[in-house]
Design a protein around this ligand. Structure first.
Ligand SMILES: NC(=O)c1ccc[n+]([C@@H]2O[C@H](COP(=O)([O-])OP(=O)(O)OC[C@H]3O[C@@H](n4cnc5c(N)ncnc54)[C@H](O)[C@@H]3O)[C@@H](O)[C@H]2O)c1
Ligand SMILES: O=P(O)(O)OC[C@H](O)CO
Length: 406
């Protein structure tokens, strides 16, 4: 691979500059030419990016034989399957991506057959996203290491309690140019202290990790109803590589440079959803639920900023922020199960099994993890809403106390 740097007078008309530059590289395909004012730098990575010394022109070129990006989806639940439909279609429309997308499936027997076989023959995840056709280039693979073979873009989309185990199996086994994105809504406290799931992946696999979070109830995305989502990235090129596999006219993705803010919004809104479900279970009406959403959002922001000083206010106005809190407090699984908890008196474990058919709740576990962090830091009183949700879930506090303590 080579990096070519040319000096170009930045007052030259654009076409003069372009034709001067085009001739020596006619044997390359020029995929993009953009104008920007970023500082000068060169990178030797595919696609080869040329930034011309002291000019403001950037060319992205791909040499013949450039390896294509190969995507692997690590996870195949409700959201994993819905996003597979988008990714499968998008890679077919972009020559920079390999057509085959492998999807790691935690194997199980469904209707007397292996789930992977069902997915590969019927092109439908009959258990986790029934009645939605997946593109035929989505290939279900039961072996984790086989699924990531040759993959340069890893999409992590499994419930957060399983990430550590999956990362341990992948350590040292991934492609040298692999980058990842996490669609997982949760936090990690396994090493003591608060950690982002994206950091857990980054530290285990030694790769750059972006995140994608948003107001995205899987079944609605699968029906192609319009919605938005947010990518948080530190490396813009990586963020853009993932943007291309997710963005569609009905699933509109924005990119921001606040990984911690985006990810903590995704994780903490699940705790707010549990609180909203309690309010619904108590039949307290929409004003009370709106109040819970507002108070919950304020605690999300305070928590995120307390533990990650770089978190930006604007992030809370992206899809990953206020929009996701709203959708999850009206249409999400956490809300639904918390409502049933109040109405039936059954435990969350029982209701998860009875109502979700193998899908996993994230909010109750996150409430516990958040509480553990707050207790360690002596901060429970500063977060009365998160604390009350935890105490209702785990310490027998009556749900109606939620509005008394906040
Ligand atoms: N479903 C949604 O609407 C939605 C939307 C956005 C984000 N998310 C987030 O995406 C993540 C994944 O959620 P989902 O909805 O795709 O999953 P899910 O809850 O539908 O499914 C559970 C998945 O976990 C797998 N699993 C079970 N045991 C396992 C184990 N021991 N190891 C590994 N995998 C195991 C199952 O095979 C199944 O694929 C979560 O963090 C969730 O919050 C979900
Ligand atoms: O069904 P929930 O509660 O896990 O929420 C789903 C999504 O995260 C909503 O964006």
């Amino acid at each position: 691979m080579s990096v070519i740097t040319r000096s170009v007078n930045n007052r030259q008309p654009f076409f003069t500059f372009f034709s001067a530059l085009a001739s020596p590289i006619t044997h390359w395909q020029i995929h993009r030419c953009t104008l920007h004012s970023a500082p000068v730098y060169t990178r030797s990575r595919f696609p080869l990016k040329l930034t011309l010394s002291r000019s403001t022109y950037t060319l992205t070129v791909t040499m013949p034989g450039t390896p294509k990006e190969k995507v692997c989806l690590i996870g195949s639940g409700n959201w994993g399957s819905a996003i597979a439909k988008i990714v499968g279609r998008n890679v077919l429309q972009n020559h920079e991506y390999d057509n085959e997308v492998r999807m790691w499936v935690y194997e199980e027997i469904v209707q007397g057959q292996r789930l992977t076989e069902l997915i590969n023959t019927r092109h439908e995840n009959v258990k986790y996203l029934p009645d939605v056709k997946l593109p035929e280039n989505i290939v279900a693979v039961p072996d984790l290491l086989q699924s990531v073979e040759g993959a340069t873009l890893l999409v992590f989309v499994i419930p957060h309690q399983f990430v550590k185990g999956v990362c341990e199996q992948l350590k040292g086994k991934i492609h040298h140019n692999a980058r990842a994105i996490s669609l997982i809504k949760g936090v990690d406290i396994s090493k003591g202290g608060l950690h982002l799931i994206s950091d857990l992946i980054k530290e285990n696999l030694d790769i750059d990790v972006s995140v994608l979070m948003g107001a995205n109830i899987a079944s609605e995305v699968a029906m192609e109803n319009f919605c938005e989502s947010t990518i948080g990235c530190t490396d813009r090129l990586n963020g853009e590589a993932f943007w291309k596999i997710f963005h569609t006219p009905y699933f509109r993705v924005a990119i921001v440079d606040d990984v911690a803010g985006v990810e903590l919004c995704g994780a903490l809104k699940n705790v707010v959803a549990i609180g909203a479900g309690f309010i619904d279970g108590l039949k307290m009406g929409e004003n009370s639920k709106a109040a819970i959403i507002r108070i919950g959002l304020m605690e999300m922001k305070k928590f995120a900023k307390t533990f990650y000083s770089g978190v930006k206010d604007e992030t809370f106005f992206e899809s990953c922020g206020v929009a996701d809190v709203i959708t999850t407090c009206f249409g999400g699984r956490n809300r639904r199960v918390a409502e049933a908890r109040v109405r039936t008196g059954k435990s969350f474990e029982t209701l998860e099994k009875e109502m979700l058919n193998g899908q996993k709740l994230q909010g109750t576990l996150t409430a516990k993890e958040v509480n553990e962090i707050l207790r360690t830091k002596n901060m429970v009183e500063q977060f009365p809403f998160f604390t009350a949700v935890y105490r209702i879930c785990y310490e027998g506090l009556p749900p109606k106390s939620l509005v008394e303590v906040i």
